[in-house]
Design a protein around this ligand. Structure first.
Ligand code: UT7
Length: 325
């Protein structure tokens, strides 16, 4: 049966120049390299320069992805930006990216699912493509979490970083089997009862301030391994794929222990998990496409590989996408 598939034609990334390593972090708050590495696996994080906005990071990642795909902004009819740190309350950062790319056609909007944002945005764009409402889409995860961190709260500020990643999706005819290239299945969830475990204590309607990230990390941790392994199973079941058929897990990078715990629960070889949390920390919606780009560039991910992207974030939101690269 002939079906429309959303195929990844290119991927890109951008990381701000400035790096804060754990040694420098220990001059900012009462922490140590040993604590941060043993609890999270993080050794360093990138931080945007003053005046460098989420849309700047997103635009650079998008340009990189377009170059990788051999396409230009003129080819794009949809931009979806996943971000929890938009330039402004409105308009959508995606429309600023559209402007910065020099695009005057198509449509652009933001998706807000915090750390799950890229998986939600990829699924959204895939549905527009499958519905025939877009042919070529830029899906971007971009964040400047350094701007919403309480730099006096050691329990959160050591864990996050800034960055952006992007993919170009393009409509392609498939056979309707799991041998097709492109997005093969996805599954999304949310549960608003867990608001208080991970949120930002400000916003236009509540406080008229931006607010700071607040997290009960150890409680989030427990939900993460459980939710991620179950949503991976649900996603694989949609197309009747077994865990051992996955070539690479490209997960949201919150904590090395969550990555290890989820792989163990799924019975997947930890060598098949792409890990960048050590270098980038948690970049929220940017972490999955940043990890993807890293493993494509170093030659691990090749055309035809079966990728499982998964993420969980504030809300709670969580989800997974199965993609043949
Ligand atoms: O991306 C969205 C989803 N987010 C996540 O998935 C994050 C999930 N959570 C985690 O990654 C982990 O829970 C953390 C890395 C946040 C924390 O690890 P933990 O093993 O759960 O530690 P904890 O929160 O239970 O804290 C243990 C101790 C506490 O001291 P006491 O009360 O035992 O004396 C903290 O005060 O570590 C202390 N602590 C620190 N010590 C040095 C907390 N932060 C720091 C720090 N440096 N930066």
């Amino acid at each position: 049966m002939s079906v429309i598939r959303s195929r990844i034609k290119g991927c890109g990334s951008y990381l701000p120049e400035r790096v804060i390593d754990n040694a420098e972090m220990s001059t900012i708050v009462d922490t140590t390299d040993e604590w941060i590495v043993s609890r999270s696996g993080i050794t360093r994080r990138h931080v945007a320069a003053e005046g460098e906005l989420t849309s700047d990071l997103a635009t650079k990642a998008a340009e990189d992805a377009l170059a990788h795909a051999g396409l230009t902004a003129d080819d794009v009819d949809l931009i979806v930006v996943a971000t929890a740190t938009p330039d402004e309350t409105f308009p959508a950062t995606a429309t600023t990216v559209q402007l910065k790319l020099g695009m005057t056609r198509g449509f652009a909007f933001d998706v807000q699912a915090v750390c799950s944002g890229f998986v939600f945005a990829l699924t959204t764009a895939d549905n527009f493509i499958k519905a025939g409402q877009a042919k070529t889409a830029l899906v971007i995860g971009a964040e400047t979490f350094s701007r919403i961190l309480d730099w006096e709260d050691r329990t959160t500020c050591v864990l996050f970083g800034d960055g952006a990643g992007a993919v170009v999706l393009q409509a392609e005819q498939g056979e309707g089997t799991s041998d097709d290239h492109g997005v093969l299945a996805s599954k999304l969830h949310s549960d608003g009862r867990h608001h208080d475990l991970l949120y930002v204590d400000g916003g236009p309607s509540s406080t008229q301030t931006t607010g700071f990230l607040r997290m009960e990390g150890n409680k989030v941790f427990k939900h993460a391994v459980k939710n991620l392994s179950s949503v991976v199973k649900e996603t694989l079941d949609i197309v009747d794929i077994k865990e051992e058929m996955i070539d690479w897990i490209v997960p949201h990078q919150a904590n090395k222990r969550i990555l290890d715990g989820t792989a163990k629960k799924l019975g997947i070889d930890p060598e098949k998990v792409i890990v960048t949390v050590d270098q980038h920390a948690n970049t929220s919606a940017a972490s999955v496409p940043l990890a993807l780009k890293t493993a494509v560039d170093d030659g691990r991910i090749k055309s035809g590989d079966l990728l499982l992207m998964e993420a969980m974030g504030g809300g709670f939101t969580w989800g997974a996408c199965l993609v043949r690269y």
